[in-house]
Design a binder for this molecule. Structure first.
Ligand code: 1CP
Length: 368
């Protein structure tokens, strides 16, 4: 493939990039997971009656939605994250995924067992993300151009374990019955699939970087469904694989390494080893106490991201201020090592002004 040469405007705000590299910064950068989404009235307006994945596949629409929070919170928000979904990888692997209104993702034909023919098919299929997910890379490039250097653009993928859960459950779940059946009944077949997904994640992230993404995040939203020993077997090795292979892949494509963020949600017991996985930034949810996390990090040059309970945004402004004070007190040591965020995605029904207050308070309480 001929190397694409894309040039973009110089950065006007590169705070996130500097902080993610562990540099001393004037204030912590801030953004929130799912910042382009359902709590914003302009999101619903731009989406109209379109299907969710139809929006993802239309670079104009995906770009418009990505830019919405950047425009609404101009001067406060320090990143854009491309509007897409973690489930585009199972789609690229040949699985059908629909997004049902108010219900979330649905796979009409989830993987049943290693003896079901679909498993062999999915495992054996050569996946060319450059073709299958071409629309993501187009959206990344268009967004980066429209950003004109206002803030850096984050690319992302789902972690192998989390994607595996969706592929066998067929959608969201509370029980994880299928996922647990697979790991405890068919551990070797599970690992083969996790390995395959991890290689596709590397390709997908590398192509997002080539298209213009300046940092990447791996979302392991269901890491916390595993206990410490099963996490070591079924989640962590594949997160480490991505961290090791992505820089190699970028190098082979003639591209520079970008900061990498890992978010193993719920795996609070593995924070210490998450700091040694090869990522620059470790994201955490609100089950982790900020000051305690900083103690566990010790003198390692890892940057933390998080971790306010998204639920604070349903409460009062005073409550938000209180939560921010706790975050700042715990995480903001020596003007480095923290990217302010929520501990998970912002939820529907939140008043967008409450998110503004969250950002303003971080700004106020950390200004030099
Ligand atoms: O309009 C709608 O109803 C669609 C809602 C929606 C949105 C706005 C979905 C369906 N996905 C998204 C976008 C999305 N998904 C982004 C865009 C960038 C951003 O602003 O952050 C990102 C990063 C994701 C990632 C994602 N999708 C994750 C990991 C993060 C997390 O929240 O844990 C997961 C688990 C998904 C699956 C998914 N997609 C959509 C829903 C409702 C879900 C979760 C369903 C479930 O609970 O299992």
């Amino acid at each position: 493939m001929a190397k694409m040469e894309i040039t973009f405007e110089p950065m006007k705000n590169d705070l996130l990039l500097r902080a993610a590299r562990g540099e001393k910064v004037e204030r912590p950068p801030m953004w929130v997971m799912r910042q382009a989404g359902r709590y914003l009235p302009e999101y619903h307006e731009a989406k109209g009656n379109r299907d969710f994945f139809e929006c993802c596949r239309d670079p104009e629409v995906a770009t418009t939605i990505t830019l919405q929070p950047v425009e609404r919170y101009a001067g406060l928000l320090d990143a854009a994250i491309i509007f897409s979904d973690i489930l585009v990888i199972p789609q690229a692997m040949g699985m059908t995924v629909e997004m049902l209104d108010k219900k979330g993702p649905h796979f009409p034909n989830p993987l049943q067992s290693p003896t079901d023919g679909q498993y062999a098919e999915v495992l054996g299929r050569a996946v060319d993300v450059a073709t299958e997910l071409d629309y993501v890379y187009k959206a990344v490039t268009l967004t980066r151009q429209r950003l004109q250097g206002r803030v850096p653009l984050i690319g992302f993928c789902g972690a192998p374990w989390t994607l595996f859960c969706y592929m066998v459950e067929g959608g969201g779940t509370k029980l994880f019955a299928q996922s647990k059946t697979w790991i405890y009944k068919y551990p070797e077949e599970t690992k083969k699939l996790l390995h395959k997904i991890a290689d596709i994640c590397v390709d997908h992230l590398a192509l997002q970087v080539q298209a213009g993404a300046q940092l990447v995040q791996v979302f392991d939203s269901w890491a916390g469904e595993l206990g410490p020993s099963s996490y070591k077997k079924f989640s962590e090795p594949y997160l480490a694989h991505i961290a090791q292979k992505l820089p190699e892949k970028l190098k082979s494509m003639g591209l520079e390494k970008v900061p990498m963020i890992v978010f193993p949600k719920g795996a609070w017991y593995a924070l210490d080893s998450a700091c040694d996985l090869g990522y620059d930034v470790v994201g955490m949810d609100w089950l982790q106490d900020p000051a305690e996390a900083v103690k566990i990090r010790g003198d390692r040059k890892i940057v933390f991201q998080g971790n306010a309970d998204p639920g604070i945004l349903y409460g009062s402004k005073e409550g938000i201020t209180e939560a921010v004070e706790e975050q700042v007190k715990g995480f903001w040591v020596g003007n480095k090592g923290w990217i302010a965020n929520l501990g998970h995605g912002i939820t529907p029904g939140v008043n967008p002004d409450h998110l503004k207050h969250f950002f303003e308070e971080i700004h106020r309480l950390t200004k030099a």
